[in-house]
Design a protein around this ligand. Structure first.
Ligand code: ADP
Ligand code: MG
Length: 448
């Protein structure tokens, strides 16, 4: 397994980094009983880096590789004491702990947002299929549309709709066990359960609910161990005819390295997309929010605000808040003129951002004699990967766009891809003269 993990990491890091963290790092012993994996590291810096950044990867990877449970313990060469990364609760075979005695810290059950109900959800062209499916699922959970897979862009109402299913079920069956979880929390809970030896509880929590809501499941990408665990959770619930609802920013087939069997299971039920709202729906949503906030806004102003934001509903809400704040500060009523003033800079920022990223792509493509099409594409050859990562780096450096937004501008890539590119180029700027020159030149061309 160690070799497998090393190989995985060799692909991820550049040579300098790889050598720093792995070259003189060696496993010493593995205890099948306690799962303790003793690892020798050369110095405290390496130890610190492993504990902070690599341990959980190691744990996950081992689990994904061969269901192998490991608890890494690092030992600096030449030193005797082996300090534990996490001290597990003492546990003896003759006295198994009862659930009450077990630490409960790892089960963080995110509460449902009380506003995310069906009543507060405005249906329109872009979301009515998803809303219909969600209603059907809430009405008769576990019978058809299992699992329900809702996908679509940021801020289009996926979380809202998913939680509405939870509220509805609780309204009809107050005793039902509804678990809402962000997929990242599932990942963290799982890692902690291995560290703390509380896997039974972890499984108990996820495998015994009546409704499991897993939000943003695209974060399971490339995480073998998690996928393995989730697969068993899924199987158990599915066989017990418990309802599963998932959301994602993309289709299961588009989630990188999602295992075959999960992809196939995710397609057993219904996959339904939410697309951006049309103007009419945006106006209806604004009207509803304004009512909830007890704001008086006439139709032409609602129309104006809705026409200014066509990206997503979270930004639409943001625009309304802005207008509201402006009115409060200026002691004025809300009308079209006031809304125009309040949103003037918003429009400017939006324009600027869009321009800059495409401009960066153009200049970078030119510089490396490739095309913006390739930069936005998926080709993994070096001649394209490096320019693409540099372009992402510059987009992050020179604009105030968020990571997801940058990803979106690069052909709908995941924000983690952008993050990775940014980190990689930042590192290479220190070690790679070619990269350094290119970034320097490009910044000049972009007038920065
Ligand atoms: P996503 O999970 O797709 O990123 P959210 O569910 O978090 O999006 O929605 C973003 C915001 O927009 C939330 O405050 C949500 O209540 C609101 N929203 C989204 N769709 C609707 C809708 N159809 N009607 C009313 N509010 C909505
Ligand atoms: Mg969401």
């Amino acid at each position: 397994f160690w070799e497998h993990f090393n190989q995985e990491m060799r692909e991820r890091f550049n040579e300098v980094a790889y050598n720093a963290w792995f070259k003189n790092t060696k496993p010493i012993s593995y205890d099948k009983g306690t799962h303790e994996l003793k690892i020798a590291v050369q110095n405290p810096v390496t130890k610190g880096y492993w504990e902070k950044n690599l341990s959980s990867q190691l744990i996950q990877s081992a689990y994904g590789y061969d269901n192998l449970e490991v608890m890494p313990v690092f030992q600096i060469e030449g030193e005797q004491s082996s300090e534990r990364l996490v001290t597990p609760k003492p546990q003896t075979e003759s006295q198994p702990q009862t659930p009450e005695q077990m630490p409960n810290v790892f089960v963080r059950n995110l509460k449902l947002n009380e506003k995310y109900t069906f009543d507060n959800f405005v249906q329109g062209e872009g979301n009515k299929l998803a809303a219909g499916a969600a209603l059907a699922v809430a009405d008769s959970p576990g019978s058809f549309y299992n699992p329900l897979f809702i996908f679509g862009g940021v801020g289009l109402g996926k979380t809202h709709l998913m939680q509405a299913v939870g509220h509805q079920m609780l309204a009809e069956r107050p005793g039902a066990k509804v678990v809402y979880i962000q997929s990242e929390t599932f990942v963290n809970d799982f890692i902690n359960s291995i560290k703390n030896k509380t896997q039974d509880q972890f499984r108990e929590k996820y495998r015994t609910c009546d409704l499991l809501l897993v939000d943003d499941i695209q974060f399971f990408a490339k995480k073998e161990g998690i996928q393995e665990e989730f697969f068993h959770t899924f199987e158990t619930l599915y066989n017990d005819q418990k309802q599963i609802v998932m959301t994602s920013d993309r289709l299961p087939t588009e989630i990188p390295d999602l295992s075959e069997r999960l992809v196939s299971r995710f397609t057993w039920g219904l996959q339904v997309e939410i697309t951006p709202p049309d103007l009419e729906t945006r106006i209806a949503i604004l009207r509803k929010k304004a009512e909830a906030e007890k704001l008086t806004i006439d139709d032409s102003t609602l129309d104006y605000i809705a026409s200014q934001v066509d990206t997503n509903i979270r930004e639409l809400e943001g625009a309304l808040v802005k207008v509201q704040a402006h009115a409060t500060i200026e002691h004025e009523d809300i009308n079209v003129n006031l809304a125009r003033e309040a949103l003037a800079d918003l429009k400017l920022v939006q324009k600027n951002r869009g321009l800059q990223i495409s401009k960066i792509q153009e200049v970078v493509a030119n510089y490396f004699q490739t095309s913006t099409y390739e930069l936005k594409g998926k080709k993994r050859v070096r001649q394209i990967v490096v320019p693409r990562q540099i372009a992402m780096y510059l987009a992050r450096e020179l604009t105030d766009s968020s990571l997801p937004k940058i990803g979106q501008e690069f052909g709908g890539k995941d924000h983690t891809t952008v993050m990775h590119a940014y980190d990689k180029i930042s590192r290479e700027l220190k070690t790679d003269a070619e990269v350094k020159t290119a970034v320097f030149d490009l910044k000049q061309m972009l007038d920065h």
